[in-house]
Design a protein around this ligand. Structure first.
Ligand code: UDP
Length: 244
């Protein structure tokens, strides 16, 4: 069992990318189910406002620190997490493992056109991975059909790209009906795989500025980022309370 680090009520795994990858590989081997959340400060703040979402996060088997803000938060409370694990990187590593081992993968989410661009790239780059199925993420009124599709696919890995909180809600609501699979919410990662969105170049990532790169690409996200200073302030308040 991995140690957990509490960031404003959200329990993050104390883990490196390598460690969580081997844990997940082991789970796949044993046909176990798992619910993975890759969380950033926005998600933590959202959970602090929405008790129902916080409750959903409590069903996750692993909550991964995706966001330099979470690492900063863990340092503020003096329980530093070992490293940031970008959801996108974790997904790419899992795709490589799936390719090596011929695993079954289901892709759920994003726009239909995004999937049309992404699926051929997956086939080209991961030829031995089995595409167990895919469906776009705008399926209001067809929830049952989508659930059946995923059920029948019997995938080892199910990537759910509906954005938060939808992806975590969907996983938690449907998980019981599936036999096995690693279910992971991965936000806008299909857009990056499809090539419709660009990931920050490596040096931006090294400087922990991936969030800024994203903001420049999608300026409409600036409002969402206003929660970040509040997050840092809350972390300091939390530390004062705990150290008192
Ligand atoms: N999306 C979806 N269904 C929806 C809403 C969004 O499939 O009902 C997709 C959207 O096309 C995009 C992703 O979910 O590919 C959301 O990406 P974003 O970067 O906004 O993720 P977040 O950071 O919100 O988790």
């Amino acid at each position: 069992m991995l140690n957990k680090v509490d960031i404003l009520g959200v329990e993050f795994d104390y883990t490196t990318q390598q460690e969580i990858l081997s844990i997940l590989q082991e789970k796949i081997k044993r046909n176990k189910k798992a619910f993975i959340v890759t969380a950033n400060p926005e998600i933590v703040m959202y959970a602090n406002k929405d008790p129902q979402y916080m409750h959903i996060l409590q069903f996750a088997n692993h909550i991964i620190a995706d966001g330099i803000g979470v690492i900063l938060g863990s340092k503020i409370v003096r329980k530093p997490l070992p490293e940031r694990i970008a959801g996108f990187d974790l997904m790419v590593e899992l795709l490589s493992i799936a390719n090596q081992e011929g695993l079954r993968v289901f892709f759920l989410g994003a726009k239909e056109q995004t999937l049309e661009q992404m699926i051929p790239k997956i086939k080209r780059d991961y030829p031995k991975l089995v595409i167990a199925g895919y469906h776009h993420g705008f399926f209001k009124g067809q929830e049952h059909k989508v659930n059946e599709m995923v059920k029948e696919a019997k995938a080892d890995l199910v990537f759910v790209a509906l954005g938060f909180p939808k992806q975590e809600e969907w996983i938690q609501k449907n998980l019981d009906s599936f036999e096995k699979g690693i279910f992971m919410g991965i936000g806008g990662s299909f857009d990056i795989l499809a090539g419709t969105m660009k990931r920050a170049p490596a040096f931006w990532r090294k400087l922990n500025l991936e969030w800024l790169h994203r903001l420049i690409q999608q300026p409409s996200r600036w409002k969402r980022m206003l929660v970040l200073p509040i997050f840092v302030k809350k972390m300091f308040q939390y530390r004062r309370k705990r150290l008192r």
